[in-house]
Design a protein around this ligand. Sequence first.
Ligand SMILES: *[C@@H]1O[C@H](CO)[C@@H](O)[C@H](O)[C@H]1NC(C)=O
Length: 360
Amino acid sequence: MKFSLTFGFGLLSVAAAKSTVNGTRFSIDGVTKYFAGTNSYWISFLTNNKDVDTVMDNIAASGLKILRVWGFNDVNRKPSSGTVWYQLVSSSGSQINTGADGLQRLDAVVNSADKRGVKLIIPLVNSWDDYGGFKAYTTAFGGSKEGWFTNAKAQTQYKAYIAAVVGRYINSNAIFAWELANEPRCKGCNTDVIFKWATETSAYIRSLDPSHMITLGDEGFGVPGASSYPYGTSEGTDFVKNLGIKDLDFGTFHMYPSSWGVPNSFGPGWIKDHAAACKKAGKPCLLEEYGTQSNHCTEEKPWQQASRALVADGMGGDAFWQWGDKLSTGQTHNDGHTIYYGSADATCLISDHVKAINAL
Ligand SMILES: *[C@@H]1O[C@H](CO)[C@@H](O)[C@H](O)[C@H]1NC(C)=O
């Protein structure tokens, strides 16, 4: 009896981890392969469950397995009722909103994803000011954005928020990975600042939740291979050094050549250089955001080809920015990068990509 009990628990703990790494690839629900995904920052703030389900149905039907959604919505003042917010950050008492206009909206996303086998990457703070971000913390506790990483009061509240979100979904099979932040940068800082913060925060998350993957969410700046701006460490991240952090399970990088002042032909090299670093570290790389503002199909197809071709050499998957759909309230946010479900762009960058992956 005792043996079978112990055995039973062993099975349970293995079964809980539905998304894992397997060498330099990802494994989802027991399948190890290259995975395609997308981003929908806004799905976490929808107030109509039917809209959440529509998006999740369409993503699942498209063959995309990974969906990255915002897991934060920080405010310094409570908005009027009906507006979604997750955390009030305040020097006179912060508050995590577990109500109907709070984390229950994220619950709807997690539940909907779970029913459809879609796996979520959940970043826990934004480095940008959208939906609060580091700025919401520095507004409450003082200091600069670069000081956020070492601001004791900010870090204490950030950890309290992490504990609330991670604890809420600790047993969920819908979680692909926890992500420390969306695009953390520390301009002009020594790369030790982000390295130390990422080491400490990832160890903290692991102590709370040993079975889900953890990743950084950085743009992949600071990698060997070339000398243009993205390859340098001026934004405070050293990709290779951070990849060595024990509790970070895989590497993330983003790609927006036109915003970075490089041509779109920059893409395949950027992918190859990250894949090489990941292969060396023995962890998968995820190209977790990429996009162009025009000629989506022509410009982005070669990036997807380059990434897929490195399936045995460090690339675990990719997730384009961003998913577009039609909701009860109309079309979702068109930021120029959006690939709308059912469009010719979607045939090119989703259907064709998924077919090519399945043929690998
Ligand atoms: C890891 O991948 C290899 C090669 O595809 C496969 O044979 C093995 O079963 C995978 N392991 C797990 C735990 O998924």
